[in-house]
Design a binder for this molecule. Structure first.
Ligand code: GLA
Length: 390
């Protein structure tokens, strides 16, 4: 198992503040006090709990909208090369959409264990745990009502254009052992970076693997297809999987396969050459080069992007940085035209996800980087989305 680092409380918040100040100076867009948060009503859940929309805004007018339900990114409004803004992530107009069956983890924080666990089963210290097999025959994204479908407690930090969401996941939650206290902090910087910082502690050994599940279409959410986007993934290897998307345990080279995105390539260029699996397109875990970096967002960004997604028509580009060993690239294959924000239909392959995380089924694969969190340790993750134009 890889060692987990202990960190000084609040050090990361100071680092975020420093980055925001550096970004202000670097870009010349001025006053950090201009960054702020508006809080708006976002409807109520079926049990009558009111939800809020936290609108983070920077001095450039870029906005990130977040809600406590699922600690979810609802909207990300970024400029194109002509300065025209569009919302580039899929989602819903209020919290009821996120509670509905049409919600395919849009923009959410996924846990306790993102991705799949084979047969929903694992053994820890001699005891076998059976989780929900909500993606028959496997467990997917934390179960029937994982972290993506829970009300987190919000703590806005208006001077930083930042919100922290907190969730307590009790012992036995969705069948997992031990209580987990998790936080996720989103911070929008003056340089159009959305920094996502995760932390978690547990009172018993338990697997923890959190991810962010935004669906991106850089031409604007609701645009017809993402196949004309260009993608680069800085990974030499991936984890081949069976027909139920459970890794075989092997880690193989992407060379000579349609998974090779080491040089930028259109998503649609080779999607038809993929082996015929139930994935129906790209739905693969890459072993990315920047694995197991420690040291906060600065170190993560200095290591360079693990993926770059760009839309030639608008010029919008997303660079993704992470300290995680895995990147699930999913080409929106299971989108079926359900209506999202403003009534826009979200068609098959009309958006894609780039999910930074541990490897799928790592709890059952001793050869994969461990996702086990022990009492007294702290789970940490930094993932940064940087939006630019070409
Ligand atoms: C992940 C999985 C996909 C799919 C989506 C949600 O990205 O890898 O197979 O389940 O979530 O629909």
């Amino acid at each position: 198992m890889e060692p987990m680092t202990r960190t000084v409380p609040h050090l990361s918040i100071l680092l975020l503040l420093l980055m925001a100040l550096v970004a202000c100076n670097a870009t010349g867009t001025g006053d950090p006090a201009a960054s702020k948060i508006d809080v708006r009503p976002f409807g109520a859940t079926a049990d009558g709990t009111a939800a809020n929309l936290f609108v983070l805004r920077n001095g450039r007018g870029t906005e990130a909208h977040l809600t406590e339900f699922g600690a979810t990114l609802v909207s990300m409004n970024v400029a194109d090369r002509g300065g025209e803004r569009a919302d580039v992530v899929l989602g819903f107009d209020d919290v009821s959409g996120y509670e509905s069956d049409a919600n395919q983890y849009f923009g959410s924080t996924v846990g306790r264990v993102a991705n799949r666990v084979a047969g929903g089963r694992f053994t820890l210290e001699g005891r076998t745990y059976q989780l929900a097999t909500n993606n028959d025959p496997n467990h997917l994204h934390g179960g029937d009502r994982g972290y993506s479908h829970r009300m987190w407690r919000a703590e806005p930090h208006p001077s930083l254009a930042s919100v922290t969401f907190r969730l307590t996941s009790e012992d036995g939650d969705e069948g997992y052992p031990g209580r987990v206290d998790a936080t996720v902090t989103y911070t929008l910087t003056e340089a159009d970076e959305l920094i996502i910082e995760y932390s978690a502690t547990a009172d018993q050994p338990t697997p923890v693997n959190l991810t962010h599940h935004s669906y991106f279409n850089l031409a604007g959410a609701g645009s017809a297809s993402v196949l004309g986007h260009e993608l680069q993934v800085n990974a030499d290897r991936y984890t081949p999987a069976d027909e139920t998307l459970i890794p075989t345990g092997a880690i193989e080279s992407v060379a000579g396969t349609p998974l090779d995105f080491r040089a930028p390539e259109l998503i649609g260029a080779r999607i038809g050459e993929l082996d015929d699996t139930s994935a129906l397109g790209y739905d693969h875990n890459y072993a990315v080069r920047s694995r197991a970096l420690k040291g906060g967002p600065g170190a993560v960004m200095a290591a360079g992007p693990v993926a770059v997604l760009s839309d030639p028509s608008s010029g919008r580009t997303l660079e993704l940085f992470t300290d995680q060993p895995g990147l699930q690239f999913y080409s929106g294959n299971f989108l079926k035209g359900a209506k999202g924000k403003g009534g826009a239909p979200y068609a098959h392959r009309s958006a894609c996800c780039l999910e930074t995380q541990g490897y799928p089924d790592a709890i059952n694969e001793p050869g994969f980087p461990s996702v086990l969190l022990m009492p007294g340790e702290e789970y940490r993750q930094f993932t940064v989305h940087r939006f630019l134009v070409d």
